[in-house]
Design a protein around this ligand. Structure first.
Ligand code: NIG
Ligand code: FE
Length: 412
């Protein structure tokens, strides 16, 4: 049934141009309409306008926003939501001074999560992941990418991807799946990294593709993990099987991941805590979206990506949560925009553009998601009345969401 939302204090995130991303200087502005209504039809946005022209005589359910604001749902283009248990022991190690790399070298980190995942049933994994999905839906996310990468054996990688497919079939939000077999070298291949890369390329990717379990392929291209050459092989094999690349790059060091991502036309290169001028230069003129995950820098206590430099260089940057047990145990996209403003000096409008249209673009989905545009999927949330746009990232823990609409359905 159609929904007519009336008495909206302000619609934020309107785009009438149909652009697929917003770059550089243009990120500073975001389309708004005060004192407005919005109408959905089926799963899509049909029309919107000023309250002075409120349509009448339409057969629809009416929702009174009572002056609350309407925002496009967050698009979270980088998460690892399907994992078993939690890793707060490593959190304590970190408090006691160990680095992320030291923890990984001691058998913690990704391998620790892989062991737990192996011992957890598919049903239980789904149950735990759905709790996290409910949490992010309640915080305003409407489109999410979820990676595998805590399996590291063919069987366990397929297990995670089947859980992601089940989430996709049952959750109210839209889901995209990424195969991240090259997240770390699986235990059975210890000391034989190149054999593991062969296994990823020759066995895992074909099996994932044959079962239609992923949209994208990812590689952790970083110091101590996979090299740019290995990353290139995996990207090429993914491409041969219809999987576009999204690359973990430059979290721990300038890794060559940005350059290899750009060279092979990756949809996005993500993390970017370590960035030099050459890496920013490499991104110019490409369609690869630089994606920042400030929740990870916050949690690990490392430097933040140079967002200002990238935007000032004219790039279309995105923001995502990286929701995972080791470096970002939160999928709160509003807090991500707050960190972007507080720690990376992005304006509220820049942060919102990065967390909606540009992050949809980082999943190749901005034609249908990421803004309030006629014909796009009706994914939005309605807040309490707000004093200004800046209140969102400023009062970062104040609950503000009153109603959520996903695919045209009002969630209760
Ligand atoms: O994006 N950097 C690689 N992968 C995850 C962390 C994985 C983990 O520690 O469990 C990330 O930060
Ligand atoms: Fe990640």
């Amino acid at each position: 049934m159609s929904l007519l939302i009336k008495n909206i204090g302000c619609i934020v995130g309107i785009d009438e141009s149909g652009r697929l991303s917003v770059a550089g200087e243009a990120m500073k502005s975001i389309g708004t309409l005060d004192n407005a209504w919005l109408l959905t039809e089926g799963t899509r946005i049909k029309e919107y306008g000023p309250m002075s022209q409120l349509p009448t005589g339409i057969d629809c359910k009416i929702v009174d926003a009572e002056g609350g604001w309407l925002f496009p749902s967050f698009c979270d283009s980088h998460t690892h939501i399907v994992y078993a248990g939690s890793r707060e022991r490593e959190f304590l190690d970190k408090i006691n001074g160990l680095t992320y790399e030291e923890i990984a070298a001691n058998g913690g980190g990704i391998l620790n999560s892989a062991d737990r995942l192996h011992d957890t049933s598919e049903e239980e994994l789904y149950r735990q992941a759905m709790e996290r999905i409910d949490e992010i839906v309640a915080m305003g996310t409407g489109l999410v990418e979820i990676k595998s990468g805590y399996g590291l054996t063919l069987e366990d990688e397929l297990k995670i991807l089947r859980v992601i497919r089940r989430i996709r079939e049952n959750a109210p939000l839209e889901v995209r799946a990424t195969f991240l077999g090259a997240h770390a070298v699986g235990r059975a291949f210890k000391g034989r990294q190149s054999d593991y890369v062969d296994h990823v390329c020759n066995d895992m990717i074909p099996a994932v593709a044959a079962n239609h379990l992923a949209d994208f392929v990812d590689v952790f291209c970083d110091r101590g993990f996979f090299t740019p050459e290995e990353t290139a092989r995996i990207i090429e094999q993914g491409a041969a099987h219809g999987l576009r690349a999204k690359i973990h790059a430059n979290e721990l060091a300038i890794s060559g991941g940005v350059e290899v991502g750009v060279k092979y036309g990756a949809l996005s290169v993500d993390h970017l805590e370590s960035m030099g001028d050459e890496q920013i230069e490499a991104l110019k003129g490409s369609n690869t979206i630089p994606t920042m995950l400030p929740g990870c820098a916050f949690f690990l206590g490392i430097g933040y990506p140079p967002a200002r430099k990238m935007i000032d260089a004219g790039l279309a940057v995105a923001l995502a949560s990286d929701y995972n047990p080791g470096t970002a145990p939160s999928g709160n996209m509003r807090f991500v925009t707050s960190l972007a403003s507080i720690k990376m000096k992005m304006t509220p409008a820049e942060a919102l553009n990065a967390a909606t249209l540009n992050s949809a673009c980082a999943m190749g989905e901005s034609k249908d998601y990421g803004s309030i545009t006629r014909g796009k999927v009706a994914n939005f949330y309605i807040t309490k009345a707000l004093p200004s746009l800046a209140f969102m990232p400023y009062a970062h823990q104040t609950p503000i969401i009153k109603d959520i609409v996903l695919k045209g359905e009002l969630l209760v």
